[in-house]
Design a protein around this ligand. Sequence first.
Ligand code: ZN
Length: 268
Amino acid sequence: MKIFRRVAVFSAALAIAMAPGQVGQAKTAKPVKKVETVVSLTFDDGDSTHLAVARMLERRGMRGTFYINTDTIGDELKLTRRHLAAIAGKGHEIGGHTLTHIRLTELTQSEQEGQICDDRRRLVAWGYRPATLAYPFGAVDSDAKAVARRCGYDAARSVGGLREWKCPGCPASETTRPKDRYEIRTPSSVREDTLLRHMKQQVLNAEKSGGGLVPLVFHRVCDRCGLYSVTPERLNPFLDWLAARKSRGTVVKTLQSAVGARYRPVPG
Ligand SMILES: [Zn+2]
């Protein structure tokens, strides 16, 4: 009896709390449409290993985003301009990463402009249409974001801000219409101590949270070649696993395509 009375009181309270229209809506509400999970594979610094990486992606029908520092292209352990043209020719995205890979937050606005705009101008002069930028070290402040916009970039990638061991309370994914297009969030960079299951988990977290965008940040792809590296033996099985997720609605897109970033000319 007591239980029945409690249910009756609760139902009455609910009826008062909901306006008649809301009651009707609650009855006809459809389940929320599942958003697809989009993974962007981004590779920073124009590393010489990235030519082989582009081939690894192409074999699986994937395209990646390659962030370039134009001042160091052609240097030892870096891509050459011919490599870059070969990568772009296959439909991968070429984005900017500043002239010299400097920490933008330690520069004045006019220095930031030199680093971001001049790098972008050079990419355009080389025949590319860069629409997205990656901040070196993921270091970004409001000045850097304003300069990225002024230099004509339509979106920019940071590093960090998504869920991982360091930040269990962070969101599992970015959205494909990011809240801040000039600070697109990611998990931390993939490092030599990042295991295959860690990479998979980033994607699974997003899938379980209803989808969204997961940009992954890679640097060198080689054996025992620095903290910010991943071996092909680890990346290849991850790409195979990722390719097979397509049947579950998880797809790989360049960052530009994932967020719909448009090319705009560099202002004079
Ligand atoms: Zn970098």
